[in-house]
Design a binder for this molecule. Structure first.
Ligand code: HH2
Length: 274
């Protein structure tokens, strides 16, 4: 059974864990601009925790394809106070960042998990994770900068390629002393609709690597494509169907904007497990 050893508590992954999303950005694809105000972002994070999010993921840079990169000072300004405010209320916070300086500052402010959508490519990031001994999410993306990722949606066998990447990054992480690793196939990151479906269909192959698996499909474009739903906020039903399929295949954590609905669906899903 997996447990995450966090600086203040141990988080069990025996039952599925819901990670709620707070994007402190003007341009995130589904909630951009809603939580730029720090007080508002903290209140939203507290509301997600009250709804049953066991982790609140705070990000200051949109990873949307084509999003403009954010200067690290600006990213720092966006997330620091929000992380500190949530941690002060005993919320377990992960920081969604590709930058070692932000990760370090975030951990000092009370974040207890680092969520790196560039898959720990940066050695400085691996060193921060090792130094503070916090769990890290290693997510697959074909390139470290999401701005250009859709130009790199080319794979032989997408599942095999994602597994090869994850294995390599796990190896580098271990070499640098990183101990607690969560892996993530990076749904929507440099992938077509068919790639995303294939990764979910064959998620067991990723689960078989032996690390807890996190999946985040929340409101993403491929759900819009499959269900013909244009507005991201209208994609909850499709999101839930996909997330429950990932739990069936062994995922331990799901990352979502819609926490209350996920908590309800997962309770039902759990009652049906034998
Ligand atoms: N997806 C997004 C951002 N961070 N982290 C992990 N580990 N896995 C994911 O699938 C993932 C992630 C993209 O979603 P969102 O935060 O809603 O949008 P944006 O990047 O535009 O802020």
């Amino acid at each position: 059974m997996f447990d995450l050893r966090l600086p203040t508590v141990t988080l069990s992954l025996e039952h599925p864990v819901v990670m709620g999303v707070v994007n402190v950005t003007p341009d995130s694809f589904s909630d951009g601009g809603r939580f730029l105000d720090h007080r508002h972002a903290i209140d939203h994070g507290l509301a997600l925790a009250a709804q049953g999010a066991q982790i609140v993921d705070v990000g200051g840079e949109s990873t949307r394809s084509g999003a403009s990169p954010v200067d690290t000072n600006e990213e720092m300004r966006r997330v620091t106070e929000v992380i500190a405010g949530l941690a002060a209320q005993h919320v377990i916070v992960s920081v969604d960042t590709r930058h070692a300086v932000i990760a370090e500052q975030a951990v000092q402010q009370g974040a207890s998990i680092i969520n790196d959508v560039s898959g720990l490519r940066d050695r400085a990031m691996r060193q921060v994770v090792a130094r503070y001994d916090v769990p890290v999410v290693i997510m697959h993306s074909p390139v470290d900068n999401p701005a250009t990722m859709q130009q790199h949606a080319h794979y032989g066998d997408v599942v095999a390629d994602v597994i090869a990447f994850l294995k390599h990054q796990i190896h580098l992480a271990h070499q640098d002393g990183v101990e607690q690793i969560i892996i993530d196939p990076g749904i929507g990151f440099g992938k077509t609709t068919e790639h995303n479906l294939e990764l979910i269909r064959r998620l067991e192959e990723i689960v078989a690597l032996g690390f807890p698996v996190l999946v985040g499909v929340s409101r993403k474009r491929f759900i819009g494509d499959i269900t013909r739903t244009e507005r991201p906020a209208d994609r909850l039903a499709g999101t839930l169907a996909a997330h429950l399929a990932t739990l069936d295949r062994g995922a331990r954590l799901v990352r979502t904007h819609d926490v209350a609905d996920h908590v309800q669906a997962i309770r039902m899903w759990q009652a049906l497990q034998t």
